[in-house]
Structure formats: C-alpha cells, structure tokens
Design a protein around this ligand. Sequence first.
Ligand code: ADP
Length: 340
Amino acid sequence: MRSMSGKDDIPSGFQDLEEVEAPFEVRNVVIKSPPETVDKYYKAHEELGSGKFGRVVRCSEIVSGRTLACKYIDLKMSKIGDILNEIAIMQKLQHPRLLQLYDAFQESTRMILILEFLTGGELFYRVVNTEYSERTCKFYLIQLCEALKFMHDHSIIHLDLKPENILLVNPESNKIKVIDFGLAQEQKPGESLKVLWGTAEFVAPEVINYEDISIKTDMWSVGVITYILLSGISPFMGENVGETYGNVVNVRYDFDDESFETCSPEAKVFIQDLLIKEQSKRISADEALKHRWLQEITSNVGKSFNKDKLKNYLTRRKWRRAINGVLALQLMGADLDMRK
Ligand code: ADP
C-alpha cells in the first residue's frame, strides 16, 4: 500500500486509508451444487442493486449471522463459462481494494456468488453528498490505482471500470473497493486479446476498433472517471452511442468547460497522460501512482467543487442506462455473445 507520510496533511476522513483489514479470512471457494443450495446456508434480504445479468441482495449466513451480498446470475443471460471465469478471477484477487468472494453456488437456472457486503454506496454519490475538492478526489484515485496495480500485476484486466463499479466500504469510511469482475479477463504472457464489450462512455478506442487490448485499456477508463470527478461532465458523451464511439476513437475531448478553470494544470496533465490512443504511451497504474499530480497530496489545490454538474450527470445517467443498454446491443450486435 502506498505510504501516505505526514498524516497531518491528509484531509480529514482519509487518515485511515492504510489501515486495511480483510473482511474475512482468506477463503478457497469451491462451487457448491445440489443437494447443497444457497437457501440452506444463507437468508436473503432486500435488494441492493441490479446489474447486467441479475440482482444483488443483502443476505446473512445462517450459521454465523454474518452479513454478505448475494449476486444472482441468470444463466439465460450469461454463459456458465463466463461466470466460472468471474469466480476464478475473484479467487486470484485477494486485495483490500477489491471486492472479495465468500462462497458460490451452481443451480440449474442460475449461479449465485456470495460476496463481501459493501454499505457505503457508489463513489460518485458519496462525492456529491460531501464536501470535496481536487485534493480529496486524489485520495479516491490513489485507491483506484492501487486496486488496478494489483490486478494488472496479476495480468488481469477489469474491462468495465465505471462509477457504478467503485463502491465505498461503509458510510463512515472513505475506503473504496472495485467491484464486478464479470467482464474481466486474464491475459497470458504474449497472448493477443480482443474484446467487444464495455460501457460506451468509458471504453477505450482499442475496444471499439476491435484491436488488441492490454492492462492499459483499464487506464483509459481511469482517465474518463477522473475527468468526470473533476468536472461532472462525461468527456466523450455524444448525442447517441455511435457519436460517443466516434468521439472516443478520435480522442475528441477538451478542457473548455468552466469547471476546469479552477482545476490545477497537473490534474489536466494526469488526464492527458491517460486519454492517449496509443496504449504504449498511456501511463500504467504504477506510473499513475507516481504521477506528479497524485504525489502532491499535501498541497491544498482546488477549492470545493460545485457539485451541480456531477448531480446532473448522475440524474441523466439513471435515464441513459436503460436506453444506452439497448442501443449498444443493437449497434454491436448482441455484444455479449461475441466474447472470444
Ligand atoms: P452485474 O455484473 O450484473 O452488472 P454488479 O456486480 O455490477 O452486477 O452489481 C450490480 C449492483 O449491485 C452494483 O452496481 C451495486 O449497486 C450492487 N452491488 C454489487 N455488489 C455489491 C456488494 N458486494 N455490496 C453491496 N452492493 C453491491
């Protein structure tokens, strides 16, 4: 974990970032199947959210009373091989900034993942509901880059980094965790990997062009997330998905919006170093952590942000989600079936 020296310089609420305790002991999850059932071990409670392939509900382990999250994945929506891939990847990702897997079940019509329970909600909602500045923003990005450095050191690419997949551990803490490894891929040394999925606003040019991807593909999304955190505007968002893709492949974005007037030049350089079409020139998670902008945690650059734009972004996103999902599928021709 990055050493944050000079704790007095760290904004309040962020001092404990280095204290990272595992949510539970390391587990070697073996997938259970009938006659073992999820209901025998866990009691389901209220819904926490829903994703591409099913619902996530709060649950409690019957024997211990421990609260966890239960992710149901409908086998009509997803291939069994992809879920086994998600489980295998999660087993390798034992790190405090990454969501941990607790248990797994296979049934005839669905797979069920039992996960560490996160109660702090999405990062962007936290940010709009608290005082935040460029400086506090850096502390979230440092954690995100730490999560990615661990994944990338293990040759695992997340491939679906976006605000919904960055959650806070609990309402009191500023610790984040990256979730949803449903699209993640392990890249063997020297292996060429192409994918055709992701979320239009956050996806890198090489994905849209169906070219070889790499761990740097995630770093493009970090650039987009940083841009939105600092301005409340999505840099490549077009009138429709096709236009968004056009903006991405042509790296068409600018810092013209008034939100960037109060932003430090180093923050813009950080974004520019990530939103580079050529993957070899795009900075890695390790380089991002060493970047001048993220290193300068003591300077109090940036007053509190005006959060109206980010609030608008979140409101618009609610509506866009459903519409974009349909359009993306039409444009890409049932992309979920195109996994190679
Ligand atoms: P999918 O792979 O189907 O897209 P996700 O893993 O992204 O599903 O989960 C969907 C939503 O459920 C998330 O955006 C989040 O709101 C909620 N969620 C997922 N995992 C957890 C968890 N471990 N704790 C709390 N909420 C969660």
